[in-house]
Design a protein around this ligand. Structure first.
Ligand code: AMP
Ligand code: ZN
Length: 545
């Protein structure tokens, strides 16, 4: 093992610190996970990816079995109740809640996997830790840090002299700045809920303070204590969690245990915006991870999880990201270049130098930008005899990105793509299709080419394909690179299916139309028929939520 040189920026001290674990045999990290009421969006993907990278780095430095990473699932929350009532009004509430949380959790886990994230060591659910939360609340009351008022147990912020250290807010700021509604039952407007009583129509657990449910912050204090101990090494999440969530986690944990720290290092990822604007449903720029991976809602095509992962890591984790199709294209071509370099290797042994140097750069507060520019230099100035290609392969795998492809895999992939492409083209009469695409501006490669040129290029490709396919030969390189362009140029598969269904409807082939609707429905896409301005039948689609 090389001497660890890991340094991390600590929000608590606002400096970069050399990282020294409390116990090098068990390095402990907690990251706030999703509230499972809705599909995770691409902003939520950022902490998943960033802290997965840190997990990988810690495992590399301290040994894979010496790191414990806990990421919780928040499955009790008023947003979940609201969603359950909306989506399953006819079911008993608990059953409805279970439907919402199970489905959303499964979706989140599959999203995280597609993003190349390792499973955290532990993924505790809030609802499995209610007793632990109650114990914590009990000890806060006993130590005079909490009180019971108007059916709520509240944390008394005045009882903690150094409340506000993480966010740098003091109680006076809170009073002056934040519009915290003055609620008569609170001793101080900044006091926050630890436990609140539930109406019969709300989920609840019996407790010394009546049948009720926990506040959000207490969940993480209880779960981190149970799985990582009263004080642990690293606590992470997005920037928006600094206040109030993390501030209040610290207050609860430290006051309940009488400790000086809940976690030694507090890390926060920067925010992600989409094309210059905050993501929001009303602006129509709200993109879920699922949509990006499995539909063509963003940039007109699907994107592999690895491309999203790299697109995220191309910016330092503390910087804001302005997300765009361009960024995804850039990530994709970078990744293909690295993969190609790694694939062509003759030496199997990876250069220790190259790998170690890459890791050293990352150890500087996860400097992915510096590390990738080093990788680019290695790829440019290759020195095969020293095992640079094998090292790049090792680096890609270490980063959770796809590594080298064998020739056979590469050929199989290109032929599969070509098969699909040719099938689509045959189905739709391809010169018409390209005419359409160029006219309607739906050519997906980023620029609209004149029709004749595209058709010419396509002709060459199809000829190359026809020559290579029966013999399972590799396609020439220029054909391959055209192919990757064309991959992005094929018709949006959802739009194509919708067009086929409309055609079937117009031909009164209702069985076929229903079959298409059902197939889309299985992919989580629901269709809505309407009449357009000309009174023609048209169809809109959306992801089922
Ligand atoms: P939430 O489910 O809203 O609590 O968010 C889950 C995680 O995603 C938290 O760590 C948030 O800080 C993080 N997060 C939410 N929105 C964004 C965004 N736009 N950019 C980066 N991180 C985000
Ligand atoms: Zn939390």
């Amino acid at each position: 093992m090389t001497t660890p040189q890991l340094s991390l920026y600590n929000t608590l001290t606002r400096t970069r610190e050399a990282f020294t674990p409390l116990d090098a045999n068990n390095v402990r990290m907690y990251v706030c996970g999703p509230t499972v009421y809705d599909f995770a969006h691409i902003g939520n993907a950022r902490p998943v990816i960033v802290f997965d990278l840190l997990f990988r780095l810690l495992r590399h430095v301290y040994g894979a079995t010496h790191v414990t990473y806990a990421r919780n699932i928040t499955d009790v929350d008023d947003k979940i109740n609201a969603r359950a009532l909306r989506d399953f009004p006819d079911l008993p509430l608990n059953e409805a809640i279970r439907r919402v949380t199970e489905k959303t959790e499964a979706q989140f886990l599959s999203d995280a996997k597609a993003l190349g994230a390792l499973d955290p060591t532990i993924q505790p659910r809030a609802t499995d830790n209610i007793a632990e939360m109650q114990a914590l609340i009990g000890s806060l009351i006993q130590r005079n840090h909490a009180y019971n008022a108007a059916g709520e147990v509240l944390f008394d912020v005045k009882s903690m002299p150094d409340y506000g250290q993480l966010s740098g807010r003091n109680l006076e700021d809170n009073l002056a700045g934040a519009r915290i509604a003055v609620e008569a039952h609170k001793k101080n407007p900044a006091d926050f809920v630890l436990w609140k009583q539930s109406a019969a129509t709300e989920p609840g657990w019996d407790s010394p303070w009546g049948r009720g449910r926990p506040g959000w912050h207490i969940e993480c204090s209880a779960m981190s204590e149970r799985y990582l101990g009263q004080t642990f090494d690293i606590h992470g999440g997005g920037l928006d969690l600094i206040f109030p969530h993390h501030e209040n986690e610290i207050a609860q944990s430290r006051c309940a245990h009488g400790t000086h720290a809940m976690a030694n290092i507090w890390m926060h990822n920067g925010f992600l915006q989409v094309e210059g604007q905050k993501m929001s449903k009303s602006l129509g720029n709200f993109v879920t991870i699922n949509q990006l991976l499995r539909t063509s809602k963003f940039g007109g095509r699907r994107w592999p999880g690895s491309v999203l992962r790299l697109a995220m890591l191309m910016t330092h984790y503390r910087e804001p990201i302005d997300f765009s199709t361009r960024r995804l294209h850039e990530a994709e071509s970078k990744l293909l270049k690295w993969q190609d370099f790694a694939s062509d290797r003759t030496y199997r042994v990876a250069s220790r130098d190259v790998f170690d140097r890459f890791v050293r750069i990352l150890e500087d507060d996860l400097d992915t930008v510096g590390a990738f520019s080093y990788l680019d230099r290695v790829v440019k100035g290759e020195d095969e005899r020293k095992g640079h290609r094998a090292a790049v392969n090792k680096i890609l795998k270490f980063m959770g990105l796809p590594g080298a492809e064998s020739k056979a895999t590469k050929i199989a992939r290109s032929l599969r793509t070509m098969d699909g492409l040719v099938a689509t083209l045959k189905k739709s009469g391809w010169s018409d299709m390209f005419h359409d695409l160029s006219k309607g501006g739906r050519f997906r490669s980023g620029e609209i080419k004149p029709e004749a040129e595209i058709v010419g290029r396509l002709d060459r490709l199809v000829a190359a394909y026809a020559a290579a396919r029966p013999k399972h030969l590799a396609l020439p390189d220029d054909v391959l690179s055209e192919l990757s362009l064309l991959e992005t140029a094929t018709l949006d598969p959802i739009e194509a299916a919708i067009a086929a269904r409309l055609e079937a409807l117009n031909n009164k082939d209702f069985a076929k139309a229903d079959a298409i609707r059902n197939e889309l429905s299985e992919q989580g896409i629901s269709l809505m028929d309407y009449k357009d301005e000309q009174g023609q039948r048209a169809t809109k689609w959306e992801m089922k939520r």
